[in-house]
Each structure stands twice: as structure tokens, then as C-alpha cells.
Design a protein around this ligand. Structure first.
Ligand SMILES: O=C(O)c1cc(C(=O)O)c2c(n1)C(=O)C(=O)c1cc(C(=O)O)[nH]c1-2
Length: 230
């Protein structure tokens, strides 16, 4: 274990943000997706596989709540479940992803069947949910911090897809639009929990390992999708 002095909050946050270099925004499959180079079947394959991530996020967040004894945290965290599952007056992110599916030519039933989900994606997503079930809740919160880097990937899609993939109905892109402000709100809370909890240098380095674990999950998903749709 390191005996180095703890980083200040500012330096610790900078260390976390620096891990963005390993975000799946830089994965070759995402780079090609964002450059308009993917075929229709490759886009459909990505949408169908990512649906498995989308439907598992609320279970992941439910696991965090189940492990968290702090009422204030649960009160904020529960919003994430409703963001995806929907609630009165809000269809939610899963419904929005179904509309993305429709926009690229996949029927709801095909997404729900998960028949196109490849083993590597299933393994990666399941590892994320299992981590949230088994780890201390503050560690699971830390693992959600890849969302620090998500607004840019959503903005890229909104900026580029309409011109690059004219065959996609633009109404289907609403999911990406909706996530920008939600991700920013989530990160504000997730960062606060992480900066409060991981205070010694050894704990801060543990937080970086957890963030890397989650970056690897997202990266492994794209590796598996890239291999399935060469
Ligand atoms: O499209 C993406 O690249 C992307 C990445 C991530 C992420 O960084 O984990 C999330 C999302 N989207 C997303 O839409 C989302 O709702 C979400 C929730 C979480 C999480 O870890 O709790 N990550 C992400």
C-alpha cells in the first residue's frame, strides 16, 4: 500500500478525469461510427447490443440503493432508475432506446428478445451489475463515473449522425439528447460521493482502479460488437 500523501480534491478529480483517455469514445468502432463509416447492419448490431446495457442499468442502480444505508443518497439515486424505466409523464430511457431501434429498423420485440446480444457484451454488462451488487455502495457509485465522459459522445452523435446516416430517422436520436443534462446531474452527485469517500491516497488509487474497471467494461463491449459485425 502506498504511503504517498493524499491528493487534494481538485487533484483527485483531475486524476479521475484524466482517465477519459481510455473512454470508449476512442475505441476504433466508435471512431468509425462517429465518422459515418459504419454499414446499416453494424449500426443495428450496436443498437441491439447496447440495449442489453440500457435494460441492466436500472438493476445496477437498484443494487446500489439496496446496499446503501444513507437516505439522502438513496433519494437522489432513485431518480436514475426512473430516468431509465420512466414514471408518470416521462417515458424513460429504455423507451427512448426502443425508438432509436425503430429509427434504425429494429422492431421492439427483436430488441426485447436480446437474440442479437453477443456473449462478450453479456459478460461485460453482467460484470458491471455484479460489481454493484457485491461492492461497497461508494465503490459502485465510483464505477458510474464514466458518465463524466458521456455527454461528449452523445453530442458527437447528435452533431454527426444526421448528415452521415441519412437513412436513420432523426426522431430516434432523442435518447442522446436527453442524456446530456441527466449525465451532468448524475456526475455532480457521483463525484461528490467519490471525493468524500476516497480520501487517503491508497483509497484514491483504488477509485482510479474502479474507474478503469468500468472503462474496460465499455471498451470490451465494443470489442465484442466490432468482432460480431466485421
Ligand atoms: O452512450 C454511451 O456511450 C454511454 C456511456 C455511459 C457510460 O459512460 O457508462 C452511459 C450511457 N451512455 C448512458 O446512456 C447511460 O444512461 C448511462 C448510465 C451509466 C451508469 O454507469 O450508471 N452509464 C451510462
Amino acid at each position: 500500500m502506498t504511503s504517498a500523501p493524499a491528493w487534494s480534491r481538485t487533484e483527485f478529480e483531475a486524476q479521475l478525469r484524466a482517465r477519459g483517455a481510455g473512454y470508449h469514445i476512442n475505441h476504433p468502432f466508435n471512431v468509425r461510427m462517429n465518422s459515418g463509416l459504419l454499414r446499416e447492419d453494424q449500426i443495428r448490431g450496436w443498437v441491439a447490443n447496447r440495449f442489453y446495457y440500457q435494460v441492466n442499468i436500472p438493476q445496477k442502480d437498484g443494487a446500489i440503493i439496496a446496499n446503501c444505508p444513507d437516505r439522502e443518497t438513496r433519494r437522489k439515486w432513485v431518480r436514475r432508475i426512473l430516468d431509465h424505466d420512466g414514471c408518470d409523464g416521462n417515458d424513460g430511457g429504455i423507451e427512448a432506446w426502443l425508438r432509436l431501434g425503430a429509427a434504425v429498423g429494429i422492431e421492439d420485440g427483436v430488441l426485447w428478445s436480446q437474440r442479437h446480444v453477443v456473449p462478450g457484451v453479456r459478460f461485460a454488462v453482467d460484470a458491471y451489475v455484479n460489481f454493484a451488487r457485491q461492492a461497497p455502495w461508494q465503490e459502485a457509485v465510483c464505477s458510474s463515473l464514466t458518465e463524466m465522459f458521456a455527454p461528449q459522445i452523445h453530442k458527437d452523435r447528435l452533431a454527426n449522425w444526421p448528415a452521415q446516416y441519412g437513412w436513420i430517422d432523426q426522431a430516434g436520436l432523442q435518447y442522446f439528447r436527453s442524456r446530456i443534462s441527466l449525465a451532468e446531474r448524475d456526475v455532480e452527485h457521483g463525484l461528490q460521493v467519490t471525493l468524500d469517500h476516497f480520501t487517503t491516497r491508497a483509497q484514491q488509487e483504488r477509485a482510479l482502479e474502479i474507474l478503469q474497471f468500468k472503462l474496460d467494461i465499455l471498451w470490451a463491449m465494443l470489442d465484442a460488437i466490432e468482432k460480431a459485425y466485421p
